[in-house]
Design a protein around this ligand. Structure first.
Ligand code: PLP
Ligand code: COI
Length: 341
């Protein structure tokens, strides 16, 4: 497959129109067969459920070119399941899970020229999403929905790549205890925008959100889960009903245990104990593993011993193993890698 002419080395995390996108519509209680189209615009009724009451959920995935030139995706069945869970949470008709992976494969194949070649650190970001399309003016779920998948070639999510980040403890809440924080809904991200802009204006890269009920427990950032490493090299990650169940995190827990022989603890993490960890990082599809060097809590600094120059040694091992599995240098656990072509 001939690649388009792009400066692969300097891709950031931004939208670039690619050739084809997948579209399916749900009407009268069923999904149509779906098509790939070149039309990147969506025409919607002015009163569509998504526009009035934010009835939309989405996923984030990546396609990689492996060392031997194959295009692969990572654990897509888990994205299919999470999209179904998110859809049900806000009364969107789920897109059938058994068709989800096929639709992703079709879309990536149709845009293979945009998958960054091996060796540039880039990937093709895949964004599946679902939204209410018919007019809804009284507050109630839509009855018609659209499922779409677009792709865009991306580089690192944070502009300095894998340089340690500085976070601040947010004064805003991301999710309520019995709210929607554990589903991937557009509304959660709208909620976090003001907190993000405020953090950036104040010179920080991201927010650390605490639990909104007690403000004593670590939750996550606007777009990634936390990992911590103790001084004894144990991987610790926050457990909470109101954070998104990250597929990257679930994979890192397996990697830590089975590939690196580390102890792993998923448990409540109090903010009070964060200063005692040796390393901290953010993990997610977009973030991969982005190291955190410093967290500022209203003027009080927590500096991790891994410092501000590079990622800590355990974070680096996790990063190298995860990306090694995704890029085909390291044997993946059964079923983690789906070959596209
Ligand atoms: N938490 C939030 C709020 C996210 O938006 C994401 C990104 O998808 C994650 C965590 C990481 O999830 P995953 O590893 O499945 O991409
Ligand atoms: C992802 O990692 O795929 C996300 O959806 C997070 C977002 C901040 C880009």
């Amino acid at each position: 497959m001939e690649k388009i002419n792009l400066d692969w080395e300097s891709l950031g995390f931004s939208y670039r129109k690619t050739d084809k996108r997948y579209v399916a519509n749900f009407k009268e209680g069923k999904w149509d067969e779906g098509i790939l189209t070149e039309d990147h615009n969506i025409v919607l009724n002015e009163c569509a459920g998504v526009l009035q009451y934010a009835q939309t959920c989405f996923e984030g995935m990546k396609a990689y070119t492996t060392k031997d030139g194959k295009i692969v995706i990572f654990r897509p069945e888990l994205n299919a399941q999470r999209l179904e869970d998110s859809a049900k949470r806000i009364h969107i008709a789920p897109f059938p899970k058994d068709r989800f992976v096929d639709a992703v494969v079709q879309t990536v194949k149709a845009n293979a020229a945009f998958v960054p070649p091996y060796g540039y650190g880039g990937s093709l970001y895949i964004r599946p999403y679902l939204f209410g399309t018919n007019p809804t003016i009284g507050v109630k779920p839509a009855e018609e929905f659209q499922f779409r998948i677009f792709t865009t070639p991306v580089g690192p999510y944070f502009k300095d790549g894998v340089k340690p980040l500085t976070l601040c403890v947010s004064d805003y809440d991301r999710a309520a205890p019995h709210g929607t924080g554990n589903a991937k809904l557009g509304l959660n991200y709208a909620m976090s925008l003001h907190a993000l802009v405020t953090a950036k204006v104040n010179g920080f890269d991201e927010n650390m959100f605490l639990d909104s009920a007690t403000r004593t427990k670590v939750e996550e950032t606007g777009g990634a889960n936390f990992i911590f490493v103790t001084k004894e090299n144990k991987l610790v990650t926050p457990k909470s009903e109101s954070i998104l169940p990250s597929i990257t995190l679930r994979s890192l827990m397996v990697i830590a245990k089975e590939y690196l022989g580390l102890e792993v603890e998923e448990r409540v993490v109090y903010f009070e104990e964060v200063k005692d960890f040796a390393e901290c990082g953010l993990c997610g599809t977009a973030a991969v593993i982005s190291p955190v060097g410093k967290i500022i809590d209203h003027g009080n600094e927590i500096c991790f011993s891994s410092g501000m120059a590079e990622m800590g040694p355990i974070t680096k091992k996790l990063y190298d193993t995860l990306t090694g599995i995704q890029l085909g240098h390291i044997k993946a656990p059964e079923g983690w890698i789906k070959m596209i072509e």
